[in-house]
Structures are given as C-alpha cells and as structure tokens.
Design a binder for this molecule. Sequence first.
Ligand SMILES: O=C[C@H](O)COP(=O)(O)O
Length: 260
Amino acid sequence: MTDLLVSVRDDGEFEETLAAGVGIIDFKEPRQGPLAPVDPAVWHSAALRIAETNPPRGVDPGGGDASIASRPRLSAALGEAEGGWQSVVSRLPRAFDFAKIGPSGIKTSAAMQQLWKSASLCIGPNTELVAVAYADSESASCLPTEQVFQLAGECGFRRCLVDTFVKDGRSSIEHLGYERLRTLGRIADQASMKWSLAGSIRLAMVELLVAEGVFPDCYAVRGDVCDQGRRGRLCASRMKSWVDRVALLQPQSLGPIESR
Ligand SMILES: O=C[C@H](O)COP(=O)(O)O
C-alpha cells in the first residue's frame, strides 16, 4: 500500500491530519527551511495524544501489532546536517517512528556515513532514521540524489526520501525528470528500501508519475495540502483529496489499480 505523509507545524495541524486519516504525520517548521524542527514541546504533545488514543503496543490475537497498524506513524524533521540537529535530538519522544536530517553541505560518502552513524546513535533504537537526498543537490551543496540512495541502500537503510532543498515551487520532478526518478526507484528496490517522494509535489502530478512508471512507496507533501503555499495553513479538503487518491494506488509490483 502506498503511504501518504503530510508535514505539520503545530498541535492544531496535527489534529487536522489525524481527522483526515493521514498515515504518516511529519513535524517540521516550514517557515525555517525544508527540514527545520518544530519546538520539541509539539513533539511531546503529539506523543501524548497518540498514547491517549491508542492502546499500548502489543501483539494482537491476529498475529500482528494492532496498535502500530491502527495508529498514524509519527515523523520528525531534525534540521540540516550542519544546522544544530544535535541540540534537539535528545528531546525526541520514543513514540516517534521516523526521524530525518537534511544532508546539505555533505559532499563525501564518508561524511554522509558519519552523519548517519552519529544520528542513529543519538536517536536510539525506537526511532528509524530515514536517509534524505535532495533533488536540487547542487543548491544544497551535497551528494547527488542517486549517490545518497545508493549509499543508503549499502548502509542498510530501510527508507530513503527525496525532497527539495530550495522551496521555490520547483518540484523534484522538474529537478530530476522521470528517468532519474525511475532510477531512484530501481536503486531503492534493489536494496529493499522503501522510498518517498517529496519536493513541491502536487496532486495532478500523481497521474503523470503513474503514467511514467514512477511508483514511490510514499508521497510526502506540505505545500499542496495548504491553502496558501507551504507556509500557510493546512486545508482539510486538499488533504482529503490526497488521502483518497493515494488510497487508490498500489505497490509498484502490482501496478496502479486503474491499469490492471
Ligand atoms: O516531507 C515533505 C515535505 O514537507 C514536502 O513539502 P513540500 O510539499 O512543500 O515540498
């Protein structure tokens, strides 16, 4: 099943994404860059809210983990590699499923691996570090997108996200083109990694991506679910359209429902 991630900045937006049935709720402050953290107090309030509304984790009679399956997963942006993620990481609640750090300024594989190693140690075993690549890697002065995906696969990451560093409305599709996006999908597939597509992705682009054979495991959006761009407020009807559209998508191996 294809996932949908929506980025939120505060408690109110968190409630709106819960009501909309978004599968992955990602906390970031969109006014301060692509992966800026929110106030850790917002993380804690979300973790409490999730604990109140969901039973403690445990094995259900059906053999799965019912609480994980039924609750939305929480994700936190911690900032950029050189932007002080170390000052907030220790406050990340254990209830968070995912954390991510932008690779801006990281120009070598060794430096990338060093960042991942230190971040994983600080984050601890309850939260999964997601590797991030920038589609506009030159603007971010970092390793090219494919190189980050390849390296993430070699380092055993389970998830990799491609996003844009500069939020000027140019999407990851405009930066990379469909062929490079298909390549990212292949790299992820070969490494058994799930991959997420972010970076000014708009709902109408989903049809084009499907037609071009690009099937991310997760769509990650902010600007397109807001009324006035990513710095504005979330819009319930825009979120609903995304939730409904993504529900119609199937994993790459099966192809989209509409083409079967
Ligand atoms: O992680 C996803 C990002 O928040 C995407 O933001 P955006 O759609 O405004 O580029």
